[in-house]
Write a protein that binds this ligand. Structure first.
Ligand SMILES: [Zn+2]
Ligand SMILES: [Zn+2]
Length: 142
């Protein structure tokens, strides 16, 4: 299991402490599991890492929604429906290459949409956001 990233952990904890979100025992376990990820993973995988086999997936999804609502979690949409999840620095985001077969997601270390977001703001849009993921078959799945 990869080591958790201490600076991401402290950024996420700071955000949590300044938010009204309550950290229940389950949410804490889910947060700890998210901190061990080195790439976005499914709710099933995260539940397993959190060692919460009895927990309803709906609870896991609700926790993801709660973390997303305070800007510390990103949902990565899959082509087939459903999502992968990863923690982010508050307000940050990533784009990914996603394998449509095994759902392995590799982070792209760039974002091409700054100019387009500026354009949207110039057109009077507020709360501007964007989603872009690239889907394909990874080397192992070809
Ligand atoms: Zn694959
Ligand atoms: Zn972007």
């Amino acid at each position: 299991m990869p080591e958790s990233n201490p600076s991401l952990q402290s950024a996420v904890n700071d955000r949590l402490q300044s938010s009204p979100l309550r950290l229940t025992r389950k949410r804490t376990k889910i947060l700890d599991a998210l901190l061990t990820l080195d790439r976005p993973e499914s709710a099933v995988e995260i539940r397993e890492r959190a060692e919460l086999p009895e927990t309803d997936l709906v609870t896991v999804y609700r926790t993801m929604e709660a973390f997303e609502s305070i800007g510390i979690l990103q949902k990565v949409p899959l082509e087939s429906g459903g999502h992968l999840f990863e923690l982010i620095y508050p307000g940050d985001h990533h784009h990914h290459f996603v394998c449509r077969e095994c759902h392995k997601a590799e982070r792209l270390e760039l974002c091409l949409f700054g100019e387009l977001e500026k354009k949207a703001k110039n057109l009077g849009f507020v709360k501007v956001a964007h989603i872009m993921e690239i889907y394909g078959l990874c080397p192992e799945c070809q």
